[in-house]
Design a binder for this molecule. Sequence first.
Ligand code: SF4
Length: 362
Amino acid sequence: MTQNYIEHLNIEQFQKDLIDWYYIVKRDLPWRINRDPYRILVSEIMLQQTQVVTVIPYYERFMKLFPTTKELAEADEQTLLKAWEGLGYYSRARNLQESAKMIEAMGGFPTTHEEILKLKGVGPYTAGAVSSIAFGIPAPAVDGNVFRVMSRVCCIFEDIAKPKTRKVFESVVTDVISHEDPSAFNQGLMELGATICTPKSPKCLECPVQKHCQAFKQGIDDLLPVKTKANAQVKTKLVVAIVENQYGEYLVNKRPDKGLLANFYEFMSFEYDGTLEPAEFLLEKLSPVCKNVESIQAIGTFNHVFSHRIWEMESYSVKVTTDITLSDEVAENSGLWISSTSLHEYPLVAAHHKILSEYDKL
Ligand code: SF4
């Protein structure tokens, strides 16, 4: 299948040009200080969807808290979610902990590509990255950068939005990967995609593999990779209230233990049905909990974008006087009053951080 795509390639020269360049530009990053597979796994999970510069402080804090799989496996959920707060995609943190438990139960980190692929939340890309970087296994690690570089180098017009296309690229990379240094080869491809072969205006004149690149030769780099548009995101309208009582305490809710942002804390939030004005709607919803509303003030409208949905949040500051007895309805939802000074100890949904920082300016 890959024969047609790579027949123009001088594979050995391509490997050499890529790897030599990688060793010149390679950055000193905290997960590159050794080949500890656990450290590499954590970095790869954090780097999915997040830039290197953003990840570094999170990574260093996480590794201080959980230096080995043992500490991570034993961590309580609140500490784990708090350490991950701000990176988003919290299921990844939970999966990472599940993997740590699996590794502890196995008596050590698995050393084959097949076994690494069985860890919780580890897909083909991550398994390939960990296998090649930590163990020198020549396994493909195809991420968005690799899709882009290889589609251009080999003129592959397959639609990368289709799941089956991954197999085509994995097959191509398997045929061209260096067996002497698969780690540098894979990281070189990723680095090239991140810094030179960028989505718009690739820096072809600085590219170390330019002489191998079919798209450059034909002047069609802007047509690749082919990617059809994903389905539109689902929009949910919410009305959110920062409810504060006379003691400077906030009313927060713990989200259910399953589904989106499971077990995270949030300010009072209600799906808006449009039947009343948002402020009236909010007061009606709050009435079982907050009997004595002193004032209500709009904070603003905020959007929070997840991978497949958008929260459109109309937010309000609501001041109440209360005798701190919660109604049964809120008690069932684990609602609780917490002081403003201890709020930072709770993993709060990122979408509400934006509202809180505007609220603090009121
Ligand atoms: Fe990408 Fe240009 Fe290099 Fe081809 S020559 S791999 S299009 S940067």
